[in-house]
Ligand binder design. Structure first.
Ligand SMILES: Nc1nc2c(c(=O)[nH]1)N[C@H]1C(S)=C(S)[C@@H](COP(=O)(O)OP(=O)(O)OC[C@H]3O[C@@H](n4cnc5c(=O)[nH]c(N)nc54)[C@H](O)[C@@H]3O)O[C@H]1N2
Ligand SMILES: Nc1nc2c(c(=O)[nH]1)N[C@H]1C(S)=C(S)[C@@H](COP(=O)(O)OP(=O)(O)OC[C@H]3O[C@@H](n4cnc5c(=O)[nH]c(N)nc54)[C@H](O)[C@@H]3O)O[C@H]1N2
Ligand code: SF4
Ligand SMILES: [Mo]
Length: 756
């Protein structure tokens, strides 16, 4: 049995399973200890307590056990009873304590003045923000107000639930988010093929026999759009049961090193390989005959693919005809197989087509909705029921006429919408948990725009490269002081589970969650606007505040697939039951649910929507393009998370280095030695970065991780500042994007290289 600290349970902490196993003889001893503990507590001695918490940093939803005493954290470890993460924790989960204690984390509202930053009361901060934002909207219209939502919002139930009413009260038309430097192509394909933007097929890693991983490095990222904690252990299990894993990536990644095969691919050419794959499948007449009856197949689909012969794409992709054919055959012959594509494939020139084609391959090979293939998760709160299915191109951006998706514009247009004069030019901006000054392409241009705004408000925990431009920063409480429910990521998980934690510590007086901040701001905005409609909205808002976050979650659970009258829990799942079971509920493997679960009007999968078929013409043109001499790609590190986890001492060093990986041939060609400082230049900028010469990367490719560049003197990030690195998004280009979806093209950016 695992050794355990004897702990006094908190209100919500269930006695651990190992306690249940303690023999009867030990009971008198335990009760003596308990009495002793109570006596010590009465004398004012604090005792260690162990509380469950879900890690909110990445998508993996790891269950943690945090031992703490008197507000101090003594230990963080993985919860072995967690049905999804099974005890796994990565270094970032351990470093949660640094986030909590970070002296740089903002604790009070701040206002930027000519004389520097000053502390502001919450009331004044709300009032001032609402007045200034309302003024801009009334004077210049809704387009003049911008909103940028960053990635941590989807990991934060407080923000996730409060953002919608806040948005309505703000009334900003120019909305942006990290979606368009990330998963937009997945949502675009889901919307067009399955009828709902969040109906994303998830690889059934626990039952598959062949997993093809394209443009993802789960050994660093722990999986994305497949919540799959302990990804590498899951891959090991797959291989132990006789299965195989293949990685298609320009770099021989940490993941590839632990798989069966690595196929290097030239960045940005995935759509060509996938089109060749689809062609091969359509060449066989039995492929379409075997399709389920609920798949709509357009006439003459085959004709769209005739040009993409294995031979024709070999040159551009760098993948030989032989390797292609073996890959296609292996996938087709496998009893169970799943093709999984992620950020390296999304954020490139053909991100939309590639993501769609991967879905098509999974469907044509009979993998969709089949165990061991790609399936749809059944989360305890059915997100799809509460969120709109989506829309596309209902209106366009002002300057470049890029299409909206689900009411948001591609973030590659943000800078030009701020710096291009004219009607609707953005003059006021709100950022919530976002750092576009490190996460979006060509952010120097954006920086100039931000410093010229009439007013900017940031809801954030740090004064960083983005929020330093704000007039007011509203800080939220520590992540350890707030509840967690993985609203979004339970819905994208490789297993159906649910868990809730109410937060580890109570909040200090005057510290607020995003739920409180955003709803309070919304109320101020509605009041500033006045009018009957706004009074009605304000009333609804007050109702929401009064009900509280827990009531809303409880409603979601009760009406969900394991709620009253459904599932195996007597009386149905409620929040109370989740709280009483802090290790969470396990509802088992993903289940087949098509065609009933489809959101399309005709309950059929649209295999080849016209938007995608039209875009194939653009792909065809690229077939005969020349490969650029040198292109840039990204990289993630296990000990880092986007741009905002570089201020912890625990995560410093190790493999987490901001270097430019280059192949020995390219190094020799440019007379660069390992460790030399080199200059990487693109159309929009240049950076000076140490070279890491390695044959792990394909010739003609440079890899630099994103999220770095913390040398800004106006930021308050003391630890990050000591090891600043450079921002790769100085090189990425706001004019490079996927024309189908509007997603940024961050991989495959043409660059040149020289010794500094
Ligand atoms: N070149 C390149 N660029 C990329 C990528 C890439 O692969 N290559 N990846 C892209 C991807 S996938 C993503 S998701 C985006 C991320 O893009 P963003 O979401 O814009 O950036 P993050 O680095 O996640 O910054 C998050 C911000 O939230 C703040 N924050 C952290 N926790 C909290 C909290 O609890 N509450 C509040 N209010 N604020 C908080 C941080 O201080 C920081 O300012 O970056 C993208 N950019
Ligand atoms: N430790 C850590 N974990 C994270 C994050 C983090 O920053 N750090 N960020 C989180 C977020 S927001 C996200 S979205 C996920 C992303 O999770 P992943 O998608 O796994 O992201 P990466 O680790 O960047 O892996 C992308 C891979 O794509 C490859 N690649 C680049 N260009 C191409 C190309 O043109 N074709 C192909 N086939 N491959 C290419 C890169 O070499 C890289 O190995 O990770 C999440 N988890
Ligand atoms: S893998 Fe992600 S969720 Fe798990 S501990 Fe690490 S950062 Fe947290
Ligand atoms: Mo992301």
């Amino acid at each position: 049995m695992r050794a355990k600290t004897l702990t006094l349970s908190t209100r919500y902490h269930k006695a651990s399973d190992s306690c249940h196993l303690v023999s009867l003889q030990a009971l008198p001893f335990l009760s003596q200890l308990f009495t002793l503990k109570v006596q010590l507590l009465q004398l004012g001695y604090a005792m260690p307590t162990t509380t469950n918490k879900t890690c909110h940093i990445c998508e993996a939803l790891c269950g943690l056990e945090i031992t703490h005493e008197d507000g101090h954290i003594l230990q963080i470890r993985g919860n072995t009873r967690d049905p999804l993460s099974e005890g796994y924790v990565c270094p970032k989960g351990i470093a949660l304590q640094d986030l909590h204690t970070d002296p740089n984390r903002i604790k009070e509202p701040l206002q930027r003045t000519k004389g520097g930053w000053r502390v502001l009361s919450w009331d004044d901060a709300y009032a001032e923000s609402a007045t200034r934002l309302t003024q801009i909207r009334e004077q210049y219209g809704r387009r003049a107000l911008g909103l940028y939502l960053g990635n941590p919002n989807v990991h934060n139930i407080n923000a996730s639930l409060a953002i919608r009413p806040f948005q309505q009260a703000l009334g900003a038309k120019s909305k942006f988010s990290a979606t368009s430097v990330d998963q937009l192509p997945h949502m675009f394909a889901a919307y067009h093929m399955f009828g709902h933007q969040l109906m994303i097929p998830i690889p059934d890693i626990d039952r598959t026999e062949l997993l093809v991983i394209m443009g993802a490095n789960p050994a660093a990222s722990n999986g994305s759009l497949m919540t799959s904690p302990n990804y590498m252990k899951r891959l090991n299990r797959l291989r132990k049961r006789g299965g195989k894993a293949i990685v298609i990536d320009p770099r021989y990644t940490e993941t590839a090193k632990r798989c069966d095969q690595h196929i290097p691919i030239r960045p940005g050419t995935d759509a060509l390989l996938l089109a060749s794959w689809v062609r091969e499948l359509l060449e066989d007449p039995t492929t379409t005959k075997r399709l389920p009856t609920w798949v709509t197949l357009p006439d003459k689909l085959k004709e769209y693919f005739t040009v993409y012969t294995a031979d024709a794409v070999a040159e551009r992709t760098g993948i030989s005809v032989e390797t292609q054919r073996t890959l296609f055959r292996t996938f087709k012959d496998a009893k169970r197989a799943a093709l999984y594509t992620r950020i390296g494939v999304c954020t490139q020139e053909f991100g939309g087509l590639s993501t769609w084609l991967a879905n098509v391959i999974n469907i044509l090979t009979g993998r969709l909705d089949e165990p061991g293939g790609v399936m749809f998760t059944t989360p305890a709160i059915d997100l799809l029921k509460f969120l709109p299915p989506g829309h596309f191109d209902a209106w366009q951006s002002r300057v470049r006429k890029l299409p909206e998706f689900g009411g948001e514009l591609p973030v590659v247009t943000l800078a030009e919408e701020i710096d291009t004069p004219g009607d609707g030019q953005i003059r006021g901006l709100v950022t919530i948990a976002g750092n576009p000054m490190r996460s979006t392409p060509n952010h120097q241009r954006l920086g100039k725009g931000l410093s010229n705004l009439d007013f900017m408000l940031s809801v954030d925990i740090y004064q960083n490269e983005t929020t330093k431009h704000a007039d007011i920063i509203l800080p939220s409480s520590s992540p350890l002081e707030r509840p967690h429910y993985g609203l979004v990521f339970h819905a994208l998980a490789v297993r159906n589970t649910a868990k809730f934690d109410p937060g580890l510590f109570s909040r200090p007086k005057d510290s607020k969650t995003e739920w409180e901040i955003l709803l309070e701001l919304a109320e101020h905005l509605l009041r500033a606007k006045g009018g009957f409609a706004n009074r009605a909205q304000a009333l609804a808002l007050r109702g929401m505040k009064y009900a509280g976050l827990e009531k809303i979650l409880d409603f979601g659970l009760r009406t969900g697939p394991y709620g009253f009258g459904k599932g195996s829990i007597p009386g149905g799942l409620t929040l109370k039951k989740l709280i009483e079971e802090p290790d969470g509920f396990d509802f088992g493997h993903l289940v087949s649910k098509l065609p009933e679960a489809l959101h399309t009007g005709d309950k059929r999968v649209q295999l080849a929507p016209s938007a995608m078929l039209c875009d194939l013409a653009r792909l065809e043109t690229s077939l005969n393009a020349n490969n650029p001499q040198l292109v840039l790609i990204g990289r993630r590190h296990l000990r880092s998370n986007n741009s905002w986890l570089h201020n912890t001492t625990r995560l410093r060093g190790g493999s987490r280095r901001c270097t430019a990986m280059i192949h020995p041939d390219d190094a020799e060609h440019h007379d660069i030695q390992n460790g030399d400082l080199c200059v990487v230049t693109s159309r929009v900028g240049h950076v000076k970065v140490p070279a890491e010469v390695t044959s792990d990367i394909m010739p003609g490719t440079v890899s630099i991780p994103h999220g770095w560049g913390h040398d800004d003197t106006e930021s308050r990030l003391d630890v990050a500042n000591e090891e600043p690195g450079v921002s790769v998004n100085i090189l990425t280009d706001d004019t490079l994007f996927d024309e189908l979806t509007g997603n940024a093209s961050l991989n495959g950016v043409p660059v040149s290289l020289e010794k500094a």
